[in-house]
Design a binder for this molecule. Structure first.
Ligand SMILES: CC(C)(COP(=O)(O)OP(=O)(O)OC[C@H]1O[C@@H](n2cnc3c(N)ncnc32)[C@H](O)[C@@H]1OP(=O)(O)O)[C@@H](O)C(=O)NCCC(=O)NCCS
Length: 216
């Protein structure tokens, strides 16, 4: 599970997750015109490969407002060992300060990735944070997580992000494996970072420029 400092640009690692929850709750109470407008202009990404265990092509698109329930339920399922993340990730989803991508097969969502973006009228962030990434447990190890992460990085680069940070529990071997394989470097171990007490590893990756050079 990943944490956010969405209200303080660039101050990664200054606050533990418990202190952050209050600010994120405040962000979650604001109306999310950002998410709504994104929902209306959701983009479908072409998705070469991506055949999951059940067969059929997995596609990735920006989230619609109607994906909120899936994102909340999956977060509750896979992150509850770290704290009240069904609520927290739902607040991020609605905050207007995060961009969420959905992996789906046909009409059925199978995973999501979310990164912080800042409010639509703020100066674009150069450093951003991958807030959460999750795949349905029955779909694990079929390549969906890696594809979601790649699309999140591409989308972040298109939004002028040059460096993506993330926090993940040091004991979360599947996540650490995914991030190491994808080129993330560990920079700090934060003790008792999560509400349930686990330590977090802070990692980062410098993103290549978007193909059209928008973040250069
Ligand atoms: C972490 C997570 C998103 C990975 O998604 P996934 O679709 O299963 O991962 P992929 O199939 O794309 O695997 C990509 C790479 O990640 C690593 N990996 C994935 N699962 C792993 C596991 N159980 N053990 C070790 N490495 C693992 C491997 O390097 C793998 O490459 P490989 O299959 O060629 O060896 C998924 O396990 C998940 O949803 N976990 C619960 C939520 C979570 O912990 N999220 C991360 C913190 S926010």
């Amino acid at each position: 599970m990943i944490a956010s400092d969405m209200g303080h640009q660039g101050r990664f690692g200054k606050y533990g997750e418990t202190k952050r929850l209050g600010r994120l709750r405040q962000a979650g109470t604001r109306t999310s015109s950002h998410q709504e407008s994104r929902a209306t202009q959701a983009k479908q990404r072409p998705s070469p490969g991506g055949v999951g265990r059940k067969g059929g092509r997995v596609r990735i698109r920006e989230a619609l407002a109607s994906d909120a329930d899936f994102v909340g339920r999956l977060s509750g399922r896979v992150f509850r060992v770290y704290g009240p993340y069904r609520e927290t990730v739902s607040q991020w989803f609605h905050s207007g300060q995060a961009i969420t991508l959905i992996a789906h097969r046909g009409g059925n969502p199978v995973g999501f990735a979310m990164f912080s973006h800042g409010s639509p009228d703020s100066i674009p962030r150069r450093h951003s944070e991958l807030l959460a990434i999750a795949v349905l447990p029955e779909e694990h190890r079929t390549g969906i997580g890696q594809r979601l992460l790649g699309e999140a990085e591409r989308s972040a680069a298109e939004h002028h992000v040059t460096r993506l940070f993330l926090h993940t529990a040091g004991e979360n071997l599947s996540a650490v494996g995914l991030f190491e394989k994808s080129g993330y470097h560990p920079v700090e171990l934060k003790t008792h970072f999560y509400p349930a007490g686990q330590d977090a590893l802070l990692m980062f990756k410098d993103l290549p420029p978007a193909r059209d050079g928008r973040h250069a």
